[in-house]
Design a binder for this molecule. Structure first.
Ligand SMILES: Cc1cc2nc3c(=O)[nH]c(=O)nc-3n(C[C@H](O)[C@H](O)[C@H](O)COP(=O)(O)OP(=O)(O)OC[C@H]3O[C@@H](n4cnc5c(N)ncnc54)[C@H](O)[C@@H]3O)c2cc1C
Length: 392
């Protein structure tokens, strides 16, 4: 069945333009390689070059640093369109602009000029190394250290679940800087490959299989004095600021994933017949998909609202967390329902429904779990945990 690109017209010119640019690329070029990347468990590096040529990696970034201009809303729409076809490819491809954003916000002129254009033109792939074995949701508990020596900063520690670690040209590493003050956390740009940095074997995952994830060991890795991003002790704020854009893009990814799952479910249910009529003609099926479309659109508009706030001076913390919370929960529910309307076929690798379902599971975890998003929103509302008696 031939459907319009999307039944709800994009009222915003920027959204319409970016979708118009991305949809044909995603449908024609990405669709052709997505299955192979999934089976091989390998990120197709050339996608970074393709997206850079389209100007998609630079959406929202200033043109004097190689960006495409516009707002981060444009970036979110590009993310949405790639997720619609391949969440795994999207996860790896759009990690790098997030690091470019951190460097743009906190870097020196030299750091900005050296790294931002290289990331946006696809020359450099970037990774973000925050999570550790004992520091996931609790970022401040990280144990990796950076100590100032005559040779530069010396980094030691263990990072885990790092997207793009194996293919990265630069890695933004968060570390304790104990000599700079109590509870001091700082960020460092490490050019990769680097002596003293070992990327562990690729991890085997439930979803995002076209994105590569590894642990990283830092063992006496020496980086120059000017590898620090921002000032000593600013690392926590830096990463939290960057998380706003990451959360908006993950919300957009959730919307795109759900849209892809719904599009497939519609195609399947209008062609598959049971009891002498198409599945889509049964009210229960029709209403399930119609509700999914409405839920996707609601999450999309909240995501766009959050995306518009980023980079405008409004910190957008609550909006980014709300968008991620709502969109990621929606995406899991929609992916499950879209699998369900495929019946047994939905359980088979032959159809993409099972992939969307598996990929949806990371969306409530990566970039801060749903529980942490709820904590952040609660704090923005002035709600905090208070000591008190345990109920009997
Ligand atoms: C595929 C993949 C790719 C990733 N890529 C990267 C990357 O590129 N860079 C990077 O640094 N990290 C990355 N991560 C790590 C990711 O950000 C963390 O997994 C995530 O933040 C959760 O941390 P955790 O896994 O340690 O879970 P934990 O923090 O141990 O949480 C376990 C459970 O407890 C809940 N919980 C924890 N604290 C609270 C609380 N205070 N209140 C209520 N519930 C709570 C959580 O919500 C969760 O449900 C990636 C993870 C995956 C799976």
């Amino acid at each position: 069945m031939k459907r319009s690109v999307w039944p709800v017209p994009d009222s915003d010119v920027e959204v319409r333009d970016v979708r118009g640019l991305m949809r044909p690329y995603a449908e024609e070029q990405l669709r052709a390689i997505a299955d192979r990347a999934e089976v091989d468990g390998k990120f197709p590096r050339h996608v970074v070059d393709d997206l850079a040529k389209l100007g998609a990696l630079g959406l929202g970034f200033p043109t004097d640093l190689g960006g495409s201009g516009g707002s981060y809303l444009g970036l979110c729409v590009a993310v949405e369109e790639v997720y619609r076809i391949s969440p795994g490819i999207a996860a790896s491809a759009f990690m790098s602009p997030l690091i470019a954003y951190d460097i743009l916000q906190f870097g020196s002129t030299e750091q900005r000029e050296r790294y931002v254009p290289a990331i946006l033109d696809g020359t450099a792939v970037a990774a973000l190394a925050v999570t550790e074995p004992d520091a996931g949701s609790d970022v401040a508990a990280l144990r990796t250290t950076a100590r100032r020596t005559a040779a530069g900063w010396v980094l030691n520690g263990q990072k885990m679940y790092i997207t793009n670690a194996g293919i990265a040209d630069l890695m933004l590493v968060l570390a304790q800087t104990p000599d700079e003050g109590p509870r001091s956390i700082s960020a460092f740009v490490v050019d990769m490959p680097a002596a003293g940095v070992t990327v562990d074997a690729k991890l085997d995952k439930l979803g995002w299989r076209a994105s590569e994830t590894n642990g990283v060991t830092l063992d006496g890795c020496v980086v120059p004095e000017d590898a620090m991003l921002g000032s000593p002790g600013s690392g926590f704020t830096l990463v939290m600021t960057g998380f706003n854009l990451e959360r908006a893009t993950l919300a957009a990814g959730s919307v795109g994933l759900a849209q892809g799952a719904l599009d497939d479910a519609i195609d399947y249910t209008v062609t598959r017949t049971q009891f002498g009529r198409p599945l889509a003609s049964f009210q229960a099926v029709r209403h399930s998909l119609a509700s999914a479309a409405a839920e996707i659109e609601a999450a999309r508009q909240l995501t766009y609202y959050a995306a518009r706030l980023i980079g405008t001076g409004d910190d957008g913390i609550a909006a980014a967390s709300m968008a991620k919370l709502v969109a990621s929960n929606m995406c899991q529910d929609v992916a499950r329902r879209c699998l369900q309307v495929h019946g047994g076929a939905g359980f088979m690798k032959e159809f993409r429904a099972e992939r969307y379902y598996r990929d949806s599971m990371i969306m409530t975890i990566g970039g801060g779990t749903s529980e942490i998003q709820a904590e952040i929103i609660g704090r923005q509302l002035g709600l905090r945990e208070q000591p008190g008696k345990q109920p009997k």
